[in-house]
Design a protein around this ligand. Structure first.
Ligand code: ZN
Ligand code: ZN
Length: 596
């Protein structure tokens, strides 16, 4: 298997590794064989079926409902089963030679291998089942059974009932697992478990009223729901009362962090390298923002003295520009209007082919998502191929005036355009359309988040570099300085998220230093920064996926451009890149480089 030396080489020296790659691929690479691919397709199929058996809740969440009535109890026996599953399938992978597989299957191979090794590492090394009590929470998966209309309500309710039977054993196992938990995850576990109880106390009785089950069935279900609620409350009380004089730190520590980063992001760079790149990028962004601020100051603030401190001047300019925003009731209309303009610009500039037969449906966010402001893409799951893809836009109805104003300033005239690029075209939505052209259940389930988010972040810069500016039309060759300043502010967010995550988990960054980074250097509102601190104290690595994926794609493109000179074609690069589906960027890079 030649994957190992490539991986090591990639992390050390990018330029060298490309030469190395080209040689190793041409000498070792045998032609893909149909027979090997057929065998691998069979392997994938049985792998996925077994995956759902081992992880029934995960199965339900992606729309595979065969095991809805099963709730696995997270005890020693269960972990042993998971490890056996990993061993068996890692052995199964050894039966294939990567060089015989098609590109789709090569990348699927890497994703499966990574997932299995990540699971083994999680159980044997990270052991969050001992220190993260928020990992135990059944409420969300039960809520899904009531909230999603995938089969007849009566049937869903009977599965709901069967599934509740394991709740007492589930929380008993949780209590047995937990040792020396962090204070932050303990607090979160109490909040989230108590918050989720309404599924059993409110949503379930309402659903029962709408069902056709007979009264004795309904009674049985309600009785078991009462038991479940008592068990969940007992878990919360147990956590509150637990003596925990010497709690584990929520900071993951360098050793675990580096491994988690490698499994989660699957980057060609190490966590260290990405951190260094983010630090450098932050300084570059600040320099560019200050230059634009000086340029725009006379236009917007004539006669007023510019603050002496550079970051204060930038902040003042951002505040002035943020006042340019849509009215609360035209938020959705503004988004809808921009999508055809984005498509027209992309076509005019030859940036990437956009399939006209797959329009995106913009809608007001459905009730069950209400409260989560902003916009998001809602794609059908792998088992619901005919479902629509929606662009959910949060409404501001019912918001108080100050909150709405602050939100609209955040998503002002400029940022709203960048948000549309990121979420829709040519960001997430376009990537999804391409990914669906070579359908892979493995990528639908195990797809690489850093590639997915990285692509969306990459397209923001790519569009502006090509002159996109909603105020300047399809022939625009240069985005306005206002647009660039706001883009840099937006880009600072993912850059500083990476710095924050790495610093907090491996360098003991204090909360005061974190707030300084987010508020003074990334121009975030205090409330947003507080929320970010809360998030970084209960998650690890996740916050790095945007910047890492973006950096890898951008670096790859620039390297290729330099190498190919006038032969480089941006449209071809984009289409080829997306053609591999949601695979880690480092593998797409390998495959694309090998082909040339
Ligand atoms: Zn306003
Ligand atoms: Zn995104």
């Amino acid at each position: 298997m030649f994957a190992v030396p490539i991986k090591i080489n990639m992390t050390k020296n990018i330029l060298l590794s490309i030469c190395f790659l080209a040689i190793s691929m041409s000498t070792i690479n045998a032609a893909p064989s149909m027979q090997a691919d057929n065998r691998f397709n069979d392997f994938k199929e049985s792998f996925v079926l077994e995956l759902w058996k081992v992880y029934p809740s995960w199965a339900s969440s992606v729309g595979y409902h065969k095991y809805d009535q099963v709730l696995t109890v997270p005890d020693d026996a269960e972990r042993a089963r998971e490890l056996a599953f990993c061993r068996k399938n890692l052995d199964g992978l050894k039966g294939f030679s990567l060089s015989e597989l098609s590109d789709v299957n090569k990348t699927d191979y890497y994703l499966i291998e990574n997932q299995l090794k990540y699971t083994e590492w999680g159980i044997n090394e990270q052991k969050s089942y001992e220190w993260d009590p928020s990992g135990y929470n059944v409420c969300g998966s039960f809520a899904d059974m009531l909230g999603n209309d995938y089969e007849a309500l009566d049937r869903r309710l009977l599965h709901f009932y069967a599934r509740m039977a394991s709740i007492p054993a589930y929380y008993a196992a949780a209590k047995k697992n937990i040792k020396n938990p962090t204070k932050e995850h303990t607090k979160l576990a109490i909040e989230q478990n108590l918050g989720g109880i309404s599924v059993f106390e409110t949503d379930l009785p309402e659903a029962l009223k709408k069902s056709h089950l007979d009264e004795s069935q309904k009674d049985k279900i309600l009785h078991r729901a009462k038991v479940s609620v008592a068990v969940i409350k007992n878990y919360a009380d147990w956590l509150k009362a637990m003596p925990n004089d010497n709690p584990r730190s929520f900071r993951l520590g360098k050793e675990l962090y580096e491994k988690k980063f490698a499994y989660e992001i699957q980057s060609g760079y190490t966590a260290d390298e990405i951190y260094e790149k983010a630090l450098k990028h932050k300084i570059e962004l600040h320099g560019k923002m200050y230059a634009i601020t000086k340029e725009l100051w006379p236009k917007y603030c004539a006669g007023k003295p510019m603050p002496e401190k550079r970051m204060e001047a930038v902040k003042a300019m951002i505040d002035v520009l943020s006042v340019n925003h849509v009215k609360p009731d035209s938020f959705q209309a503004a988004i809808e209007r921009q999508l055809p303009a984005l498509v027209a610009f992309i076509k005019n500039k030859n940036l990437i082919y956009i399939d006209p037969s797959k329009p995106l449906v913009v809608r007001k966010e459905p009730d069950y998502m209400a409260g989560v402001a902003g916009a998001s893409i809602n794609a059908p799951g792998p088992y619901d191929k005919n479902g629509n893809t929606y662009y959910n836009v949060g409404g501001l109805a019912g918001w108080d005036k100050d909150k709405a104003e602050s939100y609209l300033r955040e998503y002002n005239h400029y940022i709203l355009q960048i948000l549309n690029i990121h979420e829709a075209i040519p960001g997430h939505y376009t990537q999804l359309v391409y990914a669906n052209q070579s359908p892979s259940i493995i990528k639908a389930v195990l797809g690489n988040n850093a590639m997915i988010e990285g692509w969306a972040v990459y397209t923001e810069r790519m569009m502006l570099e090509n002159g996109y500016d909603g105020d300047r039309g399809v022939n625009s060759t240069e985005a306005s300085p206002e647009m660039w300043l706001m883009y840099y502010k937006w880009n600072l967010r993912s850059t500083c998220n990476t710095i924050l995550d790495y610093s907090v988990h491996t360098k003991n960054m204090s909360k005061a230093d974190a707030m300084h980074l987010l508020v003074d250097e990334a121009f975030q509102q205090k409330a947003e920064a507080e929320g970010k601190w809360k998030r970084v104290s209960v998650t690890q690595v996740q916050l790095c996926c945007y910047f890492t994926g973006y950096t890898e794609i951008y670096d790859f493109r620039e390297t290729l451009k330099n190498k190919m000179g006038p032969k480089f074609n941006l449209k071809q690069f984009h289409e080829k890149f997306l053609g591999y589906g949601s695979a880690p960027v480092k593998y797409i890079r390998q495959l694309m480089t090998a082909e040339r």
